[in-house]
Design a binder for this molecule. Structure first.
Ligand code: FPP
Ligand code: MG
Length: 321
């Protein structure tokens, strides 16, 4: 069950999506079934499949197609998290032990691959070549974003353009695909598909910027990891880039990234980034993407689904986890 009202217009269809995920483990050999069962036993927030279904609701269409797409979108997200946790050596995801910590990196990479392929199969079932191509591009963008992050780790000389490209690849790409595919598969006119595509892009950018802010402004309990983990792991995000516009802070951050094991220096850098003005400028940056997402929705006819997509923007803006 989804707790937040923005799911309301697609609640029943999302339940079908979740039942299909749970059924994926059936009739598989026992080891694969065990890994899949573990993966699907803790449902996520379903934000991406909800976007696909809400975006499809502006036009009457064959709902089986958009449900397949919504499952494909959620599976791609889940597979990328399994690979991300494997690459990061993360112990926990959604409060539970990760596949890689329970069965090792080999099992995790392979079940991640299996889920990637399962997502692609579902998207092929839509028979829409434009959507299939966009989905394949999204997989390239996800992998490219992850490689960009890896290549730039502990490098203080990063540009805002590089950061924005990285968060598009890593997060906003899939939000874009989730929204655009729902529109295309519902047979929406091009202007409507483009508005929803831009909505997904802007919402996804805001989502990742807020995620990056909460790494400094949340509590350990809210974000499920120590405050400042991104910087401690050498990942430079928006609040750090904004703080580094000030020479004194830039010097401290550079020294902290050069000696990441010096915890006093790292704490000093994190404290400087947690400055109220830095955080305010960062939140304003996210708000501008939220405003753009709302402008995109204003191009669409009024409906419950449009209200839900609007509420989703407010949810991202005030998100605390
Ligand atoms: C989580 O980010 C990770 C992603 C959004 C994408 C990860 C993508 C890959 C590992 C590439 C997948 C591979 C293929 C073949 C497509 P995060 O680490 O910032 O968030 P977290 O704190 O939830 O881990
Ligand atoms: Mg991660």
């Amino acid at each position: 069950m989804q707790p937040v009202s923005f799911y309301e217009p697609v609640r029943e269809r999302l339940e079908k999506v979740n039942s299909s995920l749970a059924e994926m483990a059936e009739q598989k050999h026992p080891f694969l079934a065990k890994l899949l069962d573990h993966t699907f036993s803790t449902p996520g927030k379903n934000i991406r499949p909800a976007i696909t279904l809400l975006a499809s609701n502006f036009h009457r269409h064959d709902e089986r197609l958009t449900e397949k797409m919504a499952i494909g979108v959620e599976l791609l997200h889940i597979a990328s998290l399994i690979h991300d946790d494997t690459v990061d050596g993360a112990a926990l995801r959604r409060g539970k032990l990760t596949i890689s910590s329970l069965w090792g990196p080999k099992g995790a990479v392979l079940v991640g691959d299996y889920i990637f392929a399962a997502s692609a199969t579902l998207v092929c079932d839509t028979g829409n070549i434009r959507v299939i191509r966009r989905f394949a591009e999204t997989i390239m963008e996800l992998a490219s974003g992850e490689l960009q992050e890896m290549a730039e780790t502990y490098n203080p000389e990063q540009s805002m353009e590089g950061y924005l490209e990285r968060i598009y690849n890593k997060t906003a790409s899939l939000f874009t695909t989730a929204a655009e595919s729902g529109a295309i598969l519902s047979g929406a006119p091009e202007a409507c598909s483009q508005a929803l595509r831009s909505y997904g892009h802007n919402l996804g950018m805001a989502f990742q910027v807020v995620d990056d802010i909460l790494d400094f402004d949340g509590t350990e309990e809210e974000i499920g990891k120590p405050i400042g983990s991104d910087l401690t792991n050498g990942v430079v995000t928006l609040p750090t880039l904004i703080a580094m516009k000030h020479k004194a802070c830039s010097e401290v951050v550079k020294r902290a990234l050069e000696s990441p094991n010096n915890s006093d220096l790292m704490c000093e850098a994190i404290n400087l980034i947690q400055d109220d003005r830095v955080l305010e400028e960062s939140y304003n940056f996210a708000s501008r993407y939220c405003e753009k997402a709302l402008d995109n929705l204003a191009e669409l006819p009024e409906s419950h689904s449009r209200d839900s997509l609007e509420e989703l923007v407010s949810h991202v803006k005030v998100r605390r986890s």
